[in-house]
Each structure stands twice: as structure tokens, then as C-alpha cells.
Design a protein around this ligand. Structure first.
Ligand code: FES
Length: 133
């Protein structure tokens, strides 16, 4: 069902865990299956210097989290906000159609983490809620 790239990202995921002293945290839940993904980011001068994830979800969710965290490292926050689930799926050379919705979690978790970072920067409180996508 999954191609080799997806299986490799699922079996040897990169960036598992939580960034120490993170600047942004995004937690999103998939309304369809109930799976949850958390992404934490270290951001210096609006550049993402570190990204880690914790995913309570399926193989596609884990593979896309791993790949998305790899992709955003070194990006500016504006570039990362433009990262689509489609780009992550392309990097993985495809997902089965019925698993495409799983890749939306990574895109949304990154957006939520950047939102948290920007909110805290402008004096707001840290994110605590799980956003449903
Ligand atoms: Fe829930 Fe894949 S089935 S994220």
C-alpha cells in the first residue's frame, strides 16, 4: 500500500520528540480519525533552526511529519507557511489516495506552531488548544 520512501520515513522517522525551549508549538487533530500531531519549532531571526514532532497516528501521518520537519528546517517562517501537504506528499513520491488526508496534519501543525510563535512575540499567551483540521 505504501511506497518505499513512505515506509522508510515511517520506520526511521527523523526529528521525533520535542524541541527544547521551543519558540512555537502546534497541536492539531484530525476530525475524521481522531489522530493527533504536535510540532515544535525553534525559530531564530524568523528562520526555523529546529523542528520536531510527536504523532499519535498512522504510518502516513508519521512519514509526513518526519518529512515536513526535515523540509522546514532552514526555511524562513514565510516560506514554511507556504509549505503545502501536496509538497510533502510529492517529496514522499505519493501516498495512497485514502491516506492523503493524513498529510494535512503536518501542514496545519507547522502553521499552528508559527501562529503560536507570532502570537507570543506580540505579547499573546502560548497555545494550549488542539486545533481540529
Ligand atoms: Fe489518522 Fe492517518 S488515519 S492521520
Amino acid at each position: 500500500m505504501y511506497n518505499e520512501k513512505v515506509m522508510d520515513a515511517f520506520q526511521n522517522p527523523k526529528n521525533v520528540g520535542e524541541v527544547e525551549n521551543y519558540d512555537g508549538l502546534g497541536k492539531v487533530g484530525n476530525a475524521a480519525c481522531g489522530d493527533i500531531m504536535q510540532i515544535t519549532l525553534k525559530i531564530e531571526n524568523d528562520i526555523i533552526t529546529d523542528a520536531k514532532f510527536k504523532t499519535f497516528g498512522c504510518a502516513a501521518a508519521i512519514a509526513t511529519s518526519s518529512t515536513a520537519t526535515e523540509m522546514v528546517k532552514g526555511m524562513t517562517i514565510d516560506e514554511a507557511l507556504k509549505l503545502t501537504n501536496k509538497a510533502v506528499v510529492e517529496k514522499l513520491e505519493g501516498l495512497p489516495p485514502q491516506k492523503l488526508h493524513c498529510s494535512v496534519l503536518a501542514e496545519e501543525a507547522i502553521k499552528a506552531a508559527i501562529e503560536d510563535y507570532e502570537n507570543k512575540k506580540s505579547g499573546g499567551t502560548a497555545a494550549t488548544e488542539i486545533k481540529t483540521v
